[in-house]
Design a binder for this molecule. Structure first.
Ligand SMILES: C[S@@+](CC[C@H](N)C(=O)[O-])C[C@H]1O[C@@H](n2cnc3c(N)ncnc32)[C@H](O)[C@@H]1O
Length: 221
Protein backbone atom coordinates (compact mmCIF):
# COMPACT_ATOMS: atom_id res chain seq x y z
CA UNK A 1 0.00 0.00 0.00
CA UNK A 2 1.31 3.44 -0.94
CA UNK A 3 1.91 5.63 2.08
CA UNK A 4 1.69 9.28 1.38
CA UNK A 5 3.65 10.30 4.54
CA UNK A 6 6.56 7.97 3.88
CA UNK A 7 6.81 9.24 0.28
CA UNK A 8 6.74 12.87 1.44
CA UNK A 9 9.28 12.18 4.17
CA UNK A 10 11.66 10.54 1.72
CA UNK A 11 11.37 13.55 -0.58
CA UNK A 12 12.43 15.97 2.17
CA UNK A 13 15.97 17.28 1.78
CA UNK A 14 16.54 16.57 5.47
CA UNK A 15 15.40 12.92 5.37
CA UNK A 16 18.99 11.70 5.08
CA UNK A 17 19.98 13.59 8.23
CA UNK A 18 16.87 12.51 10.11
CA UNK A 19 17.26 8.92 9.01
CA UNK A 20 20.16 8.45 11.40
CA UNK A 21 17.79 9.12 14.29
CA UNK A 22 14.68 7.40 12.96
CA UNK A 23 16.65 4.26 12.06
CA UNK A 24 17.56 3.82 15.73
CA UNK A 25 13.92 3.48 16.78
CA UNK A 26 12.32 0.05 17.06
CA UNK A 27 9.83 0.65 14.24
CA UNK A 28 11.18 3.41 11.98
CA UNK A 29 8.48 3.40 9.30
CA UNK A 30 5.74 3.69 11.92
CA UNK A 31 7.61 6.46 13.77
CA UNK A 32 8.07 8.39 10.51
CA UNK A 33 4.32 8.32 9.85
CA UNK A 34 3.51 9.35 13.45
CA UNK A 35 5.82 12.39 13.30
CA UNK A 36 4.67 13.30 9.78
CA UNK A 37 1.06 13.01 10.99
CA UNK A 38 1.77 15.57 13.72
CA UNK A 39 3.25 17.94 11.13
CA UNK A 40 0.52 17.43 8.52
CA UNK A 41 -2.26 17.95 11.05
CA UNK A 42 -0.86 21.15 12.56
CA UNK A 43 0.69 22.88 9.58
CA UNK A 44 -2.42 24.77 8.56
CA UNK A 45 -2.85 26.08 12.10
CA UNK A 46 0.68 27.35 12.72
CA UNK A 47 2.93 29.58 10.66
CA UNK A 48 5.72 27.15 9.76
CA UNK A 49 7.83 30.03 8.39
CA UNK A 50 7.65 32.08 11.61
CA UNK A 51 10.94 31.81 13.47
CA UNK A 52 9.45 33.23 16.66
CA UNK A 53 7.20 30.24 17.31
CA UNK A 54 8.10 27.66 19.97
CA UNK A 55 6.79 24.14 19.43
CA UNK A 56 7.02 22.02 22.57
CA UNK A 57 6.98 18.24 22.23
CA UNK A 58 5.87 16.53 25.42
CA UNK A 59 6.72 12.82 25.75
CA UNK A 60 8.87 12.89 22.61
CA UNK A 61 10.58 9.61 23.53
CA UNK A 62 14.26 8.79 23.86
CA UNK A 63 15.21 10.13 20.41
CA UNK A 64 13.11 13.35 20.23
CA UNK A 65 11.92 12.28 16.78
CA UNK A 66 9.02 14.67 16.26
CA UNK A 67 10.93 17.64 17.68
CA UNK A 68 13.84 16.77 15.38
CA UNK A 69 11.58 16.62 12.29
CA UNK A 70 10.00 19.98 13.13
CA UNK A 71 13.41 21.57 13.70
CA UNK A 72 14.13 20.98 10.00
CA UNK A 73 10.77 21.62 8.39
CA UNK A 74 9.59 24.64 10.39
CA UNK A 75 11.49 27.81 11.19
CA UNK A 76 10.40 27.74 14.85
CA UNK A 77 12.25 26.46 17.90
CA UNK A 78 11.58 22.85 18.92
CA UNK A 79 11.69 21.88 22.61
CA UNK A 80 11.42 18.17 23.43
CA UNK A 81 10.55 17.26 27.02
CA UNK A 82 10.69 13.64 28.18
CA UNK A 83 12.42 12.01 31.17
CA UNK A 84 13.62 9.21 28.87
CA UNK A 85 15.56 11.33 26.36
CA UNK A 86 18.91 9.77 25.51
CA UNK A 87 20.78 13.07 25.87
CA UNK A 88 24.15 11.78 24.63
CA UNK A 89 22.78 10.05 21.56
CA UNK A 90 20.65 13.02 20.47
CA UNK A 91 23.42 15.53 21.27
CA UNK A 92 25.95 13.57 19.19
CA UNK A 93 23.53 13.51 16.27
CA UNK A 94 22.82 17.24 16.67
CA UNK A 95 26.46 18.14 16.63
CA UNK A 96 27.19 15.90 13.63
CA UNK A 97 24.26 17.25 11.64
CA UNK A 98 24.55 20.81 13.01
CA UNK A 99 20.97 20.84 14.30
CA UNK A 100 20.60 24.02 16.33
CA UNK A 101 16.88 24.58 16.74
CA UNK A 102 16.23 21.56 18.93
CA UNK A 103 16.33 21.99 22.70
CA UNK A 104 15.92 18.83 24.77
CA UNK A 105 14.99 18.54 28.43
CA UNK A 106 15.22 15.13 30.10
CA UNK A 107 12.58 15.68 32.69
CA UNK A 108 8.89 15.15 33.31
CA UNK A 109 6.98 18.31 32.39
CA UNK A 110 5.77 18.55 36.02
CA UNK A 111 9.39 19.06 37.16
CA UNK A 112 9.84 22.18 35.09
CA UNK A 113 9.28 24.84 37.72
CA UNK A 114 6.49 27.19 36.86
CA UNK A 115 8.39 30.44 36.55
CA UNK A 116 10.42 28.83 33.73
CA UNK A 117 10.17 31.77 31.38
CA UNK A 118 10.16 30.17 27.95
CA UNK A 119 7.01 28.26 28.66
CA UNK A 120 5.35 30.24 31.41
CA UNK A 121 5.31 33.55 29.57
CA UNK A 122 5.11 32.38 26.05
CA UNK A 123 2.51 31.56 23.55
CA UNK A 124 3.66 28.20 22.40
CA UNK A 125 2.24 25.14 20.69
CA UNK A 126 2.11 21.83 22.51
CA UNK A 127 2.57 18.69 20.38
CA UNK A 128 2.01 15.23 21.83
CA UNK A 129 2.55 11.99 19.94
CA UNK A 130 1.42 9.08 22.11
CA UNK A 131 2.52 11.02 25.16
CA UNK A 132 1.59 9.31 28.38
CA UNK A 133 0.44 12.47 30.09
CA UNK A 134 -2.78 13.96 31.37
CA UNK A 135 -3.74 16.86 29.07
CA UNK A 136 -5.67 18.78 31.69
CA UNK A 137 -2.72 18.63 34.08
CA UNK A 138 -0.39 19.63 31.23
CA UNK A 139 -2.25 22.81 30.30
CA UNK A 140 -2.67 23.75 33.94
CA UNK A 141 1.11 23.67 34.10
CA UNK A 142 1.69 25.50 30.79
CA UNK A 143 -1.36 27.78 30.46
CA UNK A 144 -0.05 30.01 27.65
CA UNK A 145 -0.42 27.62 24.77
CA UNK A 146 -1.96 28.50 21.40
CA UNK A 147 -2.53 25.21 19.67
CA UNK A 148 -2.30 21.67 21.01
CA UNK A 149 -1.99 18.50 18.93
CA UNK A 150 -2.58 15.14 20.56
CA UNK A 151 -2.41 11.63 19.18
CA UNK A 152 -3.71 9.65 22.16
CA UNK A 153 -2.85 6.02 22.77
CA UNK A 154 -3.28 3.97 25.96
CA UNK A 155 -5.52 6.31 27.90
CA UNK A 156 -7.54 8.44 25.44
CA UNK A 157 -9.69 10.01 28.17
CA UNK A 158 -6.64 11.48 29.89
CA UNK A 159 -4.91 12.26 26.60
CA UNK A 160 -7.80 14.43 25.33
CA UNK A 161 -9.87 17.23 26.90
CA UNK A 162 -13.34 16.51 28.27
CA UNK A 163 -16.15 18.61 26.80
CA UNK A 164 -16.67 20.20 30.21
CA UNK A 165 -12.99 21.16 30.47
CA UNK A 166 -13.15 22.65 26.95
CA UNK A 167 -16.16 24.78 27.92
CA UNK A 168 -14.70 25.92 31.22
CA UNK A 169 -11.38 26.85 29.65
CA UNK A 170 -12.52 28.30 26.32
CA UNK A 171 -10.88 25.64 24.19
CA UNK A 172 -12.11 24.88 20.63
CA UNK A 173 -11.59 21.72 18.62
CA UNK A 174 -9.95 22.51 15.27
CA UNK A 175 -9.70 18.92 14.13
CA UNK A 176 -10.76 15.49 15.39
CA UNK A 177 -10.63 12.22 13.53
CA UNK A 178 -8.52 9.30 12.37
CA UNK A 179 -5.40 9.84 10.29
CA UNK A 180 -5.20 6.81 7.98
CA UNK A 181 -1.68 7.67 6.85
CA UNK A 182 -0.47 7.38 10.45
CA UNK A 183 0.46 3.70 10.49
CA UNK A 184 0.07 3.26 14.21
CA UNK A 185 -3.09 1.39 15.26
CA UNK A 186 -3.54 4.36 17.63
CA UNK A 187 -4.09 6.96 14.92
CA UNK A 188 -6.77 9.19 16.38
CA UNK A 189 -5.75 12.85 16.22
CA UNK A 190 -7.08 16.03 17.80
CA UNK A 191 -6.05 19.65 17.33
CA UNK A 192 -7.25 22.15 19.93
CA UNK A 193 -7.08 25.93 20.11
CA UNK A 194 -6.78 27.94 23.30
CA UNK A 195 -9.07 30.90 22.65
CA UNK A 196 -7.71 32.71 25.72
CA UNK A 197 -4.31 33.09 24.10
CA UNK A 198 -5.64 34.94 21.05
CA UNK A 199 -3.83 38.17 20.29
CA UNK A 200 -0.87 37.48 22.57
CA UNK A 201 2.58 37.71 21.05
CA UNK A 202 4.43 34.47 20.43
CA UNK A 203 7.43 33.96 22.68
CA UNK A 204 10.94 33.69 21.31
CA UNK A 205 13.41 31.52 23.19
CA UNK A 206 16.38 33.53 24.31
CA UNK A 207 19.91 32.52 23.26
CA UNK A 208 21.13 31.74 26.77
CA UNK A 209 18.32 29.30 27.24
CA UNK A 210 18.95 27.54 23.95
CA UNK A 211 22.70 27.35 24.52
CA UNK A 212 22.51 25.78 27.94
CA UNK A 213 19.68 23.45 27.04
CA UNK A 214 17.32 25.12 29.49
CA UNK A 215 19.20 23.39 32.28
CA UNK A 216 20.71 26.42 34.01
CA UNK A 217 17.28 27.78 34.70
CA UNK A 218 16.04 24.44 35.94
CA UNK A 219 19.08 23.98 38.17
CA UNK A 220 18.71 27.44 39.72
CA UNK A 221 15.59 26.25 41.53
C1 LIG B 1 4.59 5.73 24.32
S1 LIG B 1 5.93 6.78 24.64
C2 LIG B 1 5.86 7.85 23.20
C3 LIG B 1 7.20 8.27 22.75
C4 LIG B 1 7.20 8.97 21.37
N1 LIG B 1 6.40 10.15 21.35
C5 LIG B 1 6.74 8.00 20.32
O1 LIG B 1 5.61 8.10 19.85
O2 LIG B 1 7.52 7.11 19.99
C6 LIG B 1 5.33 7.84 25.91
C7 LIG B 1 6.38 8.82 26.40
O3 LIG B 1 5.78 9.72 27.33
C8 LIG B 1 6.80 10.07 28.25
N2 LIG B 1 6.23 10.66 29.47
C9 LIG B 1 5.51 10.01 30.43
N3 LIG B 1 5.20 10.88 31.41
C10 LIG B 1 5.75 12.09 31.06
C11 LIG B 1 5.77 13.37 31.68
N4 LIG B 1 5.16 13.57 32.84
N5 LIG B 1 6.42 14.39 31.07
C12 LIG B 1 7.04 14.17 29.87
N6 LIG B 1 7.04 12.97 29.24
C13 LIG B 1 6.41 11.94 29.82
C14 LIG B 1 7.50 8.74 28.51
O4 LIG B 1 8.79 8.89 29.08
C15 LIG B 1 7.54 8.14 27.12
O5 LIG B 1 8.75 8.41 26.44
Amino acid sequence: MKNHYISEYLKLKCSGQLQELFSQSSNPWKEVTESMSAYKNVKEFIDVKDGSITNIFIGDGSLCLTGALFSFITKGQSVSIDPKINMNKVAEWQSREKVKRLLKIDSKFQNIPLPWDPIKKSNCNLILVHAHVNLEELVSHFPNWNMLFTNPCCNPFEQTFSVQFQKENDISVLRAGYDKFNLSPKNMVFVYKNNKSEGKKPYQLDKECVNNGGRKRLEKR
